[in-house]
Ligand binder design. Sequence first.
Ligand code: ADP
Length: 255
Amino acid sequence: MPQTILETKNLTKIYNLGQENEFEALHHINFTARAGEFLCIMGPSGSGKTTFINNISTIDFPTKGQVLIDGVEIHTMSANEIGRFRSRTLGFVFQEFNLLDTHTIYENIAMPLALAKVKKGEARQRVETMARQMGIQEILHKYPRECSGGQRQRGAICRALVMNPKIIIADEPTGNLDRRSANEFLELVDRLNKEQAVTIIMVTHDPLIASYSSRMVYIKDGMIEQTIEKGHVSQKEYFWKITEINASESNNMFV
Ligand code: ADP
């Protein structure tokens, strides 16, 4: 059994605690991700997916409960330690790519290395190797606005991976991509997962994209409502199971 890489114990998130508009977005979530898993998180809009992702990746912090990443209990660390830990352990890919428009693709990718004080020569080598793997060497000198959506996404992936993270956290990473770029992105993530055993935790609303994962976690009303493992069924069968779970939610909407 592979080791646990990420774990939550009774993770609870309450927004606006103590105020009139207090809202409990996550209720006592117990969750475990094993090293090398490719997990996807699904659920209706407003169910708590982004809140969950933010809380398991040190972007936000639980109101109650614990988050352990790679055996480290996050709340025991200082802000500085968390920053360093995050840049070493986690790679982020968001829907908006979050590339800085005032910097070239090269500078964007090199940023985590500069923050980690990696020497310039080594940084250049790592950026160029990453860009070669991702097929974007020829756009390194360009600014994000001069690149296509797919190229920007690949730039963002290079930036997420340049520090060799153990876990990739992705929130709707294909939301702004056309089907072809989305497929390319998935193939890449799939390769990283299979060849380098990088753990992937990805929010998506698209059953086709989710069907690449090894386990689907369905969140509803701030709780994990169900989990399905792909197991030995075909991707197609897994896709239909995922579709069924998502469709049963829409089913409740008909009058
Ligand atoms: P999802 O990603 O599944 O769409 P979110 O995690 O964004 O859901 O939101 C879950 C719930 O928490 C929603 O009802 C949302 O309105 C609420 N929420 C999210 N962020 C905040 C916030 N910063 N302050 C107050 N409520 C929030």
